[in-house]
Ligand binder design. Sequence first.
Ligand code: AMP
Ligand code: MG
Length: 432
Amino acid sequence: MGRTISSATPRNHELGPARARSGSDRKQRPVTSPEAALAHLLAAARPVVEIERAPILAALARVLAETQYSSIQVPPSDNSAMDGYVVAAEDIPPDSETRLPVVQRIPAGHSGERLRRGTAARIFTGGPIPEGGDTVVMQERCRQEDGQVCIRGPVEAGEHVRRAGEDIAMGDRILQSRTRLRPQDLGLAASVGLAELPVFRKLRVAIFSTGNELLEPGRVLTDGAIYNSNRYALHASLVALGCEVLDLRIVEDRLEATRDALLNGAAGADLVITTGGVSVGEEDHVRIALQEVGELDFWRIAIKPGKPLAFGHIGSTPFLGLPGNPVAAFVTFCLFARPFILRLQGVEDVMPTPTQAPILSDYATRPSKRCEYVRARLERDKDGSAAIAIHSHQGSGVMSSTSWANGLALIPPDTIIERGTLVNFLSFAELL
Ligand code: AMP
Ligand code: MG
């Protein structure tokens, strides 16, 4: 703690040699605002169209392809909300005690017989209300003696009865297409008797990590090497979003190798995502390889971390090139890849919902021209109200900040952040 905040994106992300090499990349590829980049991505997304029927449990986290309606009413019939006695309310005078013979026993799952006037039936939660009965008196208000129940009035007609169809009427819309199915949605589908749901087929995403310095975890670290962390964060993020992953592992920093991997990925998947190699250094081949085998739409975005983000196509397969720095890769995945992937999966509403909260303490960085997404934690302050703590080290390679954080706080361009400043916060729960 108490470290100064690193505000600059590392130098290998700045536009360097290739700018000189290719004239003025800065002019040809102006910095794109995050909003414009996202709008461009979403407009370019071609969602999957193939539909398959998934058994209800296998439909968890899949995207519903057709709106679902109920063919029954729920509950199917009037039933008791309590353990007690079912009576006709008219049989219970308001201000005296009434004794009624108990002539039936109706547990859940049994259907009772018609209740004769002047009688009561023992009933349990979920037991169907018999014809002739209209009210359940909870057992705590009753005494049973010698086959009779004593009930002190008044009772409210209809009380403790769950009405047929009060949850769902026949024909009600229960699940909206183009939404991701959650556990409660599966419960709802089951409650109307659906055993399968139509879902869009899974999206297949090819990934690879560029960098000669990368080594897989489990190996002994050699001089100059670092462990490949992006592969794991990216692969896991895709699994969390319900994608199938074609993992092409590490691709060395050579133009041909990069080109081959892009073509392989595009042939085997609906989307190709890479990390690293998207700047314009001599060791960065993704951009040029993409231009050779496909087309590049944009690649510089005014956000921090994560300026170099490549988007393009290899044939008809979309391509996203995330930055190499692990935090930048993770943040750009959350902000750009995620909504794009959701849209490809068929999801309608792809934007995360921010919450607003005040910053807990001053954030000592110079205001940036770029929108900053800082690793932060939404916490309770001393009074119990929500406030945002910002991680003290915001370098784009500091992966520990993302694990410490529970979301991203959004610092708009040219903004000075002081204690108490209200900012938008995107919880990781909204982003993964
Ligand atoms: P690049 O965008 O390829 O220039 O990479 C930027 C920085 O991120 C460099 O310091 C790389 O070593 C690092 N980096 C790139 N890819 C990975 C990866 N898969 N895992 C961990 N660090 C990476
Ligand atoms: Mg690299």
